[in-house]
Design a protein around this ligand. Structure first.
Ligand code: UTP
Length: 288
């Protein structure tokens, strides 16, 4: 079953409290892993999966995200005039890599509410959702591409998953899944369960494809944990109404929305860096 999936929503209106004070005046999504902001990794992953129509749900203090994907005529002119061709190409590429629309979430009422803010822009189509603070490095296929393939096979909603250690299940949305002809059909999901409540150790990792039915369910979702409109609550309803599948995503994953995951992502990509990787390896060895 082929589908013409093209649209993707990046919710970026959260407060990033786990990363204060860094996120006081800088959006969490603009924190850099080596030399690129997290949101750019997310956009590149989406583009690699053919999701070229992008909307970011932003909030107050998030303007630097818009500036990052916009043309900076002055910077481009200066780099060009100075003969800094590589930098010129890098900067002009970022400004032209995607068409990005922006919608404001006026108050941070939760991830479910942020996704619902994008409903008028998405319309009656299937769409992706990506949380850019979860950085997933492609091993072959990008994470979104792996979801897309199951979506094209089924026409259904698809959720990206990864196994997590027992002591970490209480930090994630955890799913209950059953095998259905080689696919993982999701029965239900529970947000941040204790280890006793957790139905599995398969966690949702911030990559989703939804049918537009999700919007109808989100409209009726009452504020849940923390007074926020929870995406997981609407997803439970969706899984009760229609098939929702899970994909265990291959690729190195970093929860870069907290300082430890961010440091690990920087160390990993830093060591792989063409120019600085070797020097960093030597320096880290000396430190250890
Ligand atoms: P998080 O749970 O990571 O929340 O949200 P957060 O506020 O960004 O960070 P902490 O927990 O305070 O440190 C998951 C995703 O949902 C978005 C966030 O931007 C992030 O991408 N979000 C969350 C919104 O867009 N709006 C909201 O009201 C809440």
């Amino acid at each position: 079953m082929g589908t013409s999936l093209r649209k993707i929503v990046f919710p970026t209106a959260g407060m990033g409290t786990r990363f204060l004070p860094a996120t006081k005046a800088t959006p969490k999504e603009m924190l850099t892993i080596v030399d690129k902001p997290l949101i750019q990794y997310g956009v590149e992953e989406a583009l690699a999966a053919g999701l070229g129509e992008i909307v970011m749900v932003t909030g107050r203090g998030k303007r630097s995200i818009e500036d990052h994907f916009d043309i900076s005529a002055e910077l481009e002119t200066n780099l060009h005039a100075a003969g800094k061709d590589d930098l010129y190409k890098t900067v002009s590429h970022v400004a032209r890599m995607a068409n990005v629309a922006y919608i404001r979430q006026k108050q941070p009422l939760g991830l479910g509410h942020a996704v619902l803010c994008a409903a008028p822009w998405v319309g009656d189509e299937c769409f992706g959702v990506s949380l850019a603070d979860e950085l997933i490095l492609p091993e072959g296929k990008s994470a979104m591409q792996q979801l897309r393939e199951v979506h094209e096979q089924t026409g259904a909603s698809v959720i990206g998953l990864a196994p997590v250690p027992d002591q970490e299940v209480s930090r994630y949305g955890i799913v209950k899944a059953n095998d259905e002809n080689g696919l993982l059909r999701l029965e239900t999901m529970i947000e941040k369960p204790s280890i006793d409540e957790a139905p599995s150790n398969l966690a949702m990792i911030g990559r989703y494809i939804f049918t537009p039915r999700l919007f109808g369910l989100l409209k009726d979702t009452k504020p849940g944990a923390g007074g926020e409109i929870q995406l997981t609550d609407a997803m439970c309803q969706l899984a009760a109404e229609e098939p929702v599948y899970g994909v265990v995503v291959e690729g190195a994953r970093f929860d870069a929305g907290n300082p430890y995951g961010f440091l690990l992502a920087n160390a990993t990509l830093g060591l792989q860096h063409k120019e600085h990787g070797e020097a960093l390896r030597t320096a880290l060895k000396a430190l250890l």
